[in-house]
Design a protein around this ligand. Structure first.
Ligand code: SAM
Length: 292
């Protein structure tokens, strides 16, 4: 395979040669845009020392560009049918490891010890799960450049007013930005949606330190569990705290008691968590537990 594969006709030919029909269920939309591939590679700021984790290697189009620039590529692909293609196409690059596995079942630290980057055209059906899996991993990436559905890209970079649980999760660990957009024709077969390339610079130290990340996210999840409700109600119900305690915490964080979850940024959540944790210490007698 050479750069010709960046044409729908070449992808079709390759798939025919191996008797493969792309699987919609596995989010198989293969890259056929040289321009998009360049944008992804540029955004990843690759250098010869880099170790890259790729998720969903597909036909190896992006993998090959990565292999030409870095020291080591660990390329995951779930679909067994694609593994012989990957071995054939990537044979000239012995520093590429092809791993047939579901990325969600693998802890990156088991394979990669050095600092690493993630570069991937993600399978859209599990975008959120993959992002959380990597951001919460013991060994987090230093940088991620991932192609996602455009709507999801917008959600990731949203600010207070349009926040979601996913946005808080990603912005807690890193700084996301949209670095490119792509029309459906950048992939074969074309997805029904537009795509966006998101770069996430992972914080070395969280700018909003939180001593118990699990308890922090228990507060955030409680807030978003009933997102139409005002926070004083959703947090009081979700965390089993008296409404008055939640109202006091909101006020101490400079927040209005009528605010809703989507209006808060990561710093607001960190403040609320701190205040509610103090309340929890004072309230241990009533059995409240933020991890519940
Ligand atoms: N990187 C290729 C490209 O750019 O042409 C393929 C990208 S395609 C959007 C997503 C790929 O992820 C598919 O090849 C699919 O089989 C693979 N995939 C789906 N679920 C996966 C999982 N849980 N773990 C690893 N790979 C997965």
């Amino acid at each position: 395979m050479d750069d010709d594969v960046l044409r729908p006709s070449s992808v079709r030919r390759l798939l025919r040669k191996f008797g493969i029909r792309p699987s919609k269920q596995l989010g198989q939309n293969f890259l056929v845009s040289q321009r998009l591939r360049e944008r992804i590679i540029t955004a990843a700021e690759l250098c010869q020392q880099d170790v890259v984790l790729e998720i969903g290697a597909g036909l190896g189009t992006l993998t090959r560009s990565l292999a030409q620039r870095v020291r080591r590529v660990v390329a995951f692909e779930l679909d067994r049918r694609l593994i012989p293609i990957l071995h054939e196409e990537l044979a000239p690059y012995p520093h590429v490891e092809i791993v047939q596995a579901d990325i969600l079942t693998v802890e990156p630290a088991d394979l990669i010890s050095a600092p690493y980057k993630v570069v991937a055209n993600l399978p859209y059906y599990i975008t959120s799960a993959i992002l959380r899996h990597l951001l919460e991993a013991r060994q987090k990436p230093a940088l991620m450049v991932v192609t996602v559905q455009s709507e999801v890209g917008q959600r990731l970079v949203a600010g207070p007013g349009a926040m979601s649980l996913l946005a808080v999760s990603v912005q807690f660990y890193g700084q996301p930005s949209i670095v490119a957009k792509a029309a459906p024709g950048a992939f074969y077969p074309s997805p029904r949606v537009n795509s966006a390339v998101v770069r996430i610079d992972i914080h070395e130290q969280p700018p909003t330190p939180v001593d118990d990340v699990e308890a922090f996210f228990a507060v955030v999840r409680a807030g978003f569990a009933q997102r139409r409700k005002q926070l004083r109600n959703s947090l009081s119900q979700g965390l089993h705290l008296p409404v008055e305690k939640v109202v006091q915490a909101l006020r101490r964080c400079g927040l209005d008691e009528k605010q809703r979850a989507q209006e808060l940024g990561v710093r607001d959540w960190a403040c609320l968590y701190g205040e509610l944790l103090h309340d929890r210490a004072a309230e241990t007698a009533d059995g409240s537990d933020l991890r519940a």
